[in-house]
Design a protein around this ligand. Structure first.
Ligand SMILES: C[S@@+](CC[C@H](N)C(=O)[O-])C[C@H]1O[C@@H](n2cnc3c(N)ncnc32)[C@H](O)[C@@H]1O
Length: 247
């Protein structure tokens, strides 16, 4: 099984084929069908209430979970929260399944596809948190349109996150870090939660180290951690409220 093919709706770039071990193939055949969430046709909506069998307290999203180290840790720490992970490449999915087999998977669901389609399919204000950790940086200028954090997805996260909920980002690429910051600061529905350097140099509480992070740190690329809060009220209404208090 490989990443979903590009069909106009999907924009998945990078490595595709992967050599799977027998155990990984078995988990993909037996465990994945129980956890996998299919996407609706173009224009359709995913119903968060139908993703998990029992009612959980909240729904959190992790985009591009890679080997799933962070996702599995968060799912373990928060058994009352449904965690929806999106990863188009089955090599990573197979690694996550291995952790879930060992640690339990009741509150995890997986979409094996392009995260942009998931963002489009979820309903407004359904998320209590979203993570995009070490997304592919696509450093060349002509490739930057492939970046998963961009003005369009920033607007999608703002639509999906409830007021007060957080979008949490990490990157080891300083240029992508600046781009993330500029993009999210330009989205009026987000506030950057930072008061000083430790806020972006150190991970937030409850962080679980990822494989990509290990590689970046070993190569001397310290990560940047960015937390944004979905504003309580649309910026225009906040401005009207403030304007009403002037004079
Ligand atoms: C650099 S890796 C980081 C993986 C993981 N978050 C970590 O920290 O180890 C970027 C991940 O994003 C995934 N990815 C790439 N394009 C994607 C897309 N369109 N939707 C969802 N995930 C995507 C890749 O397959 C890869 O697993």
């Amino acid at each position: 099984m490989e990443a979903p093919a590009s069909d106009g709706r999907r924009q998945v770039y990078g490595r595709r084929a992967v050599r799977l071990r027998a155990g990984q193939r078995e988990r993909l055949e037996t465990l994945l069908p129980r956890l996998r969430v299919g996407l609706p046709e173009a224009g359709g909506r995913l119903d968060p209430a139908r993703l998990f069998p029992s009612s959980l307290d909240d729904l959190w999203l992790e985009v591009g979970f890679g080997g799933g180290e962070h996702l599995a840790g968060v799912a373990r720490d928060h058994p009352g929260v449904g965690i929806l992970g999106v990863e188009p490449f089955v090599g990573g999915v197979a690694k996550l399944l291995r952790s879930l087999e060992a640690e339990g998977s009741g509150n995890v669901r997986i979409v094996v596809d392009d995260a942009r389609l998931v963002l489009d399919a979820l309903p407004d204000f359904c998320l209590g948190r979203a993570y995009v950790l070490f997304p592919d940086p696509w450093p060349k200028l002509r490739q930057q349109k492939r970046r998963i954090v961009n003005p369009r997805t920033a607007a999608a996260f703002a639509r999906l996150l409830r007021p007060g909920a957080e979008l949490r980002l990490a990157t080891d690429d300083p240029d992508y870090g600046r781009f993330m910051l500029e993009t999210l600061l330009a989205e009026p529905r987000f506030d950057w939660r930072a008061e000083g350097a430790p806020d972006w140099r150190l991970p937030w509480p409850g962080w679980h180290r990822t494989r990509y992070q290990e590689k970046a740190e070993a190569a001397g690329r310290p990560p940047l951690f960015l937390r944004f809060t979905r504003r309580q009220a649309p910026a225009s209404r906040r401005k009207e409220t403030l304007a009403g208090r002037v004079g």
